[in-house]
Design a protein around this ligand. Structure first.
Ligand SMILES: NC(=O)c1ccc[n+]([C@@H]2O[C@H](COP(=O)([O-])OP(=O)(O)OC[C@H]3O[C@@H](n4cnc5c(N)ncnc54)[C@H](OP(=O)(O)O)[C@@H]3O)[C@@H](O)[C@H]2O)c1
Length: 257
């Protein structure tokens, strides 16, 4: 019996699907009522208020924690505290957590909070497995999409690279970890197949969408967090285990080409 938090999200959806396909007894958490789905039992609950969490967690052997609220990131700490507290009261299930490469090195607010959640899980006394991944393709895709909405020059941060990874491949790995023999503590990072500059990524993006827009680089990415990203601490070139490339993602997502 496995509970997936954040099961309606970019990562949670394919995790939930893969677990159901593997024949697990899958329970899924969302703050909203969801349509019934074959192989998945949806629970309505909010990790920040705690509403519905005891019921959702009752009897689970494994929790895959994908819920997050990056725009109100501090809430992730409350959410993790509640989840850990509820899990402790339910026979200490295996807690599988998805984190981000570089959370311990880049002093970006969301990353600091993700790192604090990692430490809470490590100190929780629960059996746990933590996987760090690089950015999903959908993240730069959404950022570039937002930039195209601003008229005129598209400004990009200079000296920045990324190693986007397919959320479906990360979901597959997380599902395997949840179905595996047991807790593995920190497992090897998961990065996409190639490291690209943001200029290269933007060029491919515009081409895939059939857009012609003037792009200007570099705009400095300020502060210590900016330096951390410029130094590439969010990359995992020696763990380039993902298969689907940025261009494949774009070709399959945007219909222009
Ligand atoms: N996106 C990336 O590039 C990336 C890369 C590496 C790691 N990660 C990590 O992967 C995880 C999932 O990311 P994602 O991109 O799939 O996020 P997402 O699409 O925004 O999904 C997050 C989910 O969290 C749920 N949620 C938020 N607040 C909640 C609360 N108080 N109680 C219960 N559920 C709550 C939401 O579900 P409802 O609205 O249905 O309640 C939402 O579907 C995050 O931990 C993120 O840090 C992401």
């Amino acid at each position: 019996m496995i509970l997936v938090t954040g099961a309606s999200g970019t990562l949670g959806r394919p995790v939930t699907r893969r677990l159901a396909e593997a024949g697990a007894d899958v329970h899924a958490l969302s703050r909203r009522a969801r349509e019934p789905e074959s192989g998945v039992i949806w629970h309505r609950g909010d990790l920040v208020t705690g509403e519905g969490i005891e019921d959702a967690i009752a009897g689970v052997e494994t929790i895959v924690h994908c819920a997050s609220d990056p725009l109100r990131a501090k809430r992730d700490l409350t959410a993790a505290r509640r989840l850990i507290g509820a899990a402790r009261g339910q026979g200490a299930p295996h807690l599988v957590y998805i984190s981000i490469v570089g959370v311990d090195k880049i002093p970006y607010r969301y990353y600091r909070i993700k790192h604090a959640v990692e430490r809470m899980i490590e100190d929780s006394g629960l059996p746990y497995t933590i996987l760090r991944a690089t950015q999903f393709h959908t993240l730069p895709d959404a950022v570039f999409n937002a930039l195209t909405k601003v008229p005129g020059l598209m400004l990009l941060p200079g000296g920045l690279r990324d190693q986007p990874v397919d959320a479906g491949e990360v979901a597959e790995r997380l599902a395997d970890l949840a179905l595996g023999a047991g807790p593995e503590r920190r497992v090897g990072d998961m990065g996409g197949p190639e490291v690209l500059t943001v200029e290269e990524m933007m060029r491919d993006y515009l081409e895939a969408r059939g857009l012609r827009r003037p792009v200007r680089v570099p705009v400095p990415f300020p502060g210590r967090a900016g330096r951390g990203f410029r130094e590439g601490h969010h990359l995992a070139p020696d763990r380039a285990v993902g298969k689907r490339t940025w261009r494949q993602f774009l070709d399959e997502t945007h219909t222009h080409r």
